[in-house]
Design a binder for this molecule. Structure first.
Ligand SMILES: [Zn+2]
Ligand SMILES: [Zn+2]
Ligand SMILES: [Zn+2]
Length: 765
């Protein structure tokens, strides 16, 4: 039989070996191209039990997608063997994702009688680094950064014993033979310490900033309960607003700092160990500077033995563990690189000598509207593929989708699988592009995918678009341009196997539109291979272009101008905290259409409202204003929403409906002036936006007869908006679909691009 799924490097062969012995079966197992091949012979009841237990008792990291079994004549085998990969032809290609320390290893780590007591790199076939330590396929020790560590006799014996938990555990190591940790100063010199981990905790508790080498890169760490230490880290990083992730000892400790739902607890403890955005408890002792201005905390649990050790003596309660980089640069992985880039930030470095070969940030997830939502899909998920549902009847030729611009993630696709890269950050400079090409080369080798086509965004100015076009020309690939919001919507359709047509709501930051304008509040009548624009938020000017994203007060000025307010009046100036002179300049720009591109972005509407309600003039990180606005309403009951205006639209002539925010602004400003609480205003605003789009969806159904709605775009990270939209649409009788395995934001864009490209190519053939 042939078993497909995630069955290599996860202890599957020793599991099958034990199973065969227990059921008294003879035969063999070996890895093949994309799974394992098993031949067993023996009594019928044994074979039957073997088959059912194969699925029921598979090891924790394994994922069985299919078992294809057929009968063969008995060959009279005696005993059960694990055969070398080469015997079955082409060598295996899979590299598993990194997995958190398993309970068995954790027990050994903390057991003074165990030979690996407090060993920071212990692992087994059920846990440990995988993707981040692998240079090339096949996933075997010589191809990993463990190659330079020769196993001692004890480790080798475990590695060779099919009944041992460490049978073929490629990163197997111990105090005798494996990597080591040490503390170093900013100059690189080792700081003498009996126990580098204990010395690190001393430093952290004294308020120092420590760079700690992890699984996918370095973290910058400080004591999360020490306000001054957190501020020190922020000042040195020159990042003041962006929330920092906090690691705590275990689930019990996480419950002390956050009010967790069962779904959030389940998410926290998966082997991928993502950062989970959860509701922070008041008075939980975490420094305010960790996540200023918002009611959530990004919390996660240790996933590497070294991290468990930092909490083992219970002196450290909560540690900030944030990716060691400057703003959106790639995370630092190399010891020398870390010293060079972080020397001015970290007081000391907790180093180790197991090389990190693939940069990989921590993943970020949340439970939104009752279901898992991936915000950043990286460590623990990469390089696992996402399968296109069979109902889609879509097979992709080998292709590459390069993603967008911000929060870039690319995807490779072949057949029914789309493999997304780790989060690569913003492709704004050459460092970002280097990371992109380095990671692309690695994943192309890993999956042996040589693309025939390359999908890219419609935006002519994106570095990713430019790169894709050059690549297509140089290698004779078919280039396919995909509109940004169509990619968002098609991705969500594909996740749910919707092969026909659907109404797609793409509520997003910005994306280049088919008319050259900046879209982002879109109702698209969508197929996988194309779309029509049914409705959109009314265009408003962005005075100063990109500057209006960094300075939301400009966006508010644009919106108020569009809504008919006199933007030089004292009333508006005081709302915005703006000076008459600057308002005059921007007004002229908008009137003359100079440096004031038009946008239908929903994210920009949130920014504009946040600028007025919260008085936030400048943002420190993307979507900050919108996130704070959502946070403001977190405890507020549902309110009737501000009205939005529906105008224009003629479906027979494909003329889109316009959703105007004029009435919304007028009521909102009245509310502000009459002293309605800001929390209540924020709640009414969310409800108004949701209701406006629900009305547009109802019109789209009337015009097209479609009853299925998919929700996508970066604004779907907003819990309140996601919940209100779904509830509103369901109340109108729609069937509603949201992203589950792919991010609704730009981290999921390449998945959607790959789907659209595959659908277009399938149609052409
Ligand atoms: Zn383990
Ligand atoms: Zn050893
Ligand atoms: Zn987007």
């Amino acid at each position: 039989m042939v078993v497909r799924g995630v069955v290599q490097g996860v202890g599957f062969r020793p599991f099958v070996y034990r199973l065969a012995l227990e059921e008294g079966l003879a035969g063999f197992i070996g890895n093949d191209t994309d799974g394992v091949t098993i031949e067993v012979e023996g009594p019928a009841e044994g074979l039957e039990a073997f088959l059912s237990r194969l699925r029921a008792e598979a090891p924790p990291l394994a994922r069985i997608d299919s078992v294809a079994a057929r009968e063969l004549p008995a060959t009279g085998e005696a005993g059960f063997r694990i055969v070398a990969s080469e015997v079955l032809g082409r060598v295996s290609t899979g590299i598993p994702a990194d997995a958190a320390t398993c309970p068995d290893c954790l027990r050994e780590l903390l057991d003074p009688a165990d030979r690996r007591y407090r060993y920071p790199f212990l692992n087994c076939t059920n846990c440990g680094p995988r993707f981040t330590i692998t240079r090339r396929i096949p996933y075997d020790r010589p191809q990993t950064s463990m190659a330079r560590f020769k196993m001692c006799a004890d480790c080798q014996a475990e590695y060779d014993d099919p009944l041992n938990r460490r049978f073929h555990a490629q990163p197997n190591a111990c105090w005798e033979c494996g990597p080591r940790v040490w503390l170093a100063g900013a100059d690189g010199a080792e700081i003498a310490a009996d126990d580098a981990v204990a010395a690190t905790i001393d430093r952290l508790l004294a308020g120092e900033v420590v760079a700690i080498k992890g699984i996918g890169g370095f973290h910058l760490s400080v004591d999360a309960t020490n306000e001054a230490a957190v501020m020190r880290l922020r000042e040195r990083k020159r990042r003041f607003g962006k929330p920092l992730a906090v690691m705590v000892r275990d689930l019990e400790a996480a419950r002390e700092v956050c009010a967790l739902t069962a779904a959030e607890e389940a998410l926290l403890t998966t082997s991928a160990r993502p950062i989970v955005l959860a509701r922070r408890k008041d008075g939980c002792g975490i420094a305010d500077a960790v996540a200023p201005g918002i009611p959530w905390l990004g919390v996660y649990l240790p996933y590497a033995p070294l991290q468990h050790l930092l909490f083992a003596d219970r002196r450290a309660r909560a540690l900030v563990m944030t990716s060691a980089n400057l703003s959106e640069e790639p995370i630092a992985i190399d010891n020398d690189e870390a010293r060079a880039r972080l020397g001015a930030i970290a007081d000391v470095f907790l180093m180790h000598d197991r090389e990190i070969l693939q940069r990989c940030d921590d993943s970020v997830a949340a439970v939104v509207d009752g279901a898992l939502q991936l915000i950043r899909r990286a460590r623990g998920f990469v390089p696992l593929g996402v399968e296109l549902p069979p109902g889609l009847r879509l097979e992709a030729p080998p292709l590459l989708a390069v993603g967008g611009h911000m929060k870039n993630v690319f995807a490779l696709a072949r057949g029914r699988f789309v493999y997304q890269s780790q989060h690569l950050g913003d492709l704004e400079n050459l460092t970002g592009l280097d990371f992109f090409t380095e990671s692309l080369d690695h994943l192309m080798r890993t999956f042996e995918i040589e693309p025939e086509a390359v999908a890219h965004d419609l935006h002519p100015g994106y570095l990713s678009t430019e790169w894709a076009k050059k690549r297509a020309a140089a290698r004779g690939l078919t280039p396919i341009a995909v509109q940004h919001h169509h990619a968002h919507v098609a991705g969500c359709m594909a996740e749910h196997g919707l092969a026909g047509e659907a109404i797609g709501l793409a509520l997003d930051g910005t994306g280049y539109g088919a008319d050259g304008r900046i879209w982002g509040g879109e109702v698209l009548v969508s197929r996988l291979d194309g779309f029509e624009r049914f409705a959109h938020l009314e265009y408003v000017p962005m005075p100063g272009g990109e500057a209006a994203i960094r300075e939301p007060w400009r966006m508010a000025l644009g919106h108020l101008f569009r809504a008919g307010f006199d933007v030089e009046s004292d009333g508006v100036l005081s709302l915005l905290g703006a000076k008459a002179a600057e308002a005059r300049v921007l007004r002229r720009m908008m009137e003359r259409g100079v440096n004031s591109p038009l946008t239908s972005s929903c994210g920009r509407l949130f920014d504009a409202v946040a600028a007025v309600v919260l008085g936030r003039r400048v943002v420190d990180y993307e979507a900050q204003a919108a996130i704070e606005l959502e946070g403001l309403a977190v405890d507020e009951a549902d309110e009737p929403g501000y009205a939005m205006e529906i105008a224009g639209g003629d479906w027979s002539r494909r003329e889109p409906v316009r959703i105007g925010a004029g009435p919304l602004w007028r009521t909102l400003v009245d509310d502000l002036r009459s002293g309605v609480s800001k929390a209540r205003i924020a709640a009414r605003f969310h409800a108004g936006v949701a209701a406006g789009f629900v009305r547009a969806a109802v019109l789209a159904r009337a015009a097209t007869g479609m009853k299925q709605v998919v929700l996508s775009g970066g604004c779907m990270h907003n819990r309140r908006l996601a919940r209100l939209l779904r509830a509103g649409l369901e109340a109108e009788g729609f069937e509603v679909f949201q992203h589950r395995r792919v991010s609704p934001g730009d981290g999921g864009l390449s998945y959607g691009q790959a789907v659209v490209a595959a659908a277009i190519l399938a149609k052409r053939r």
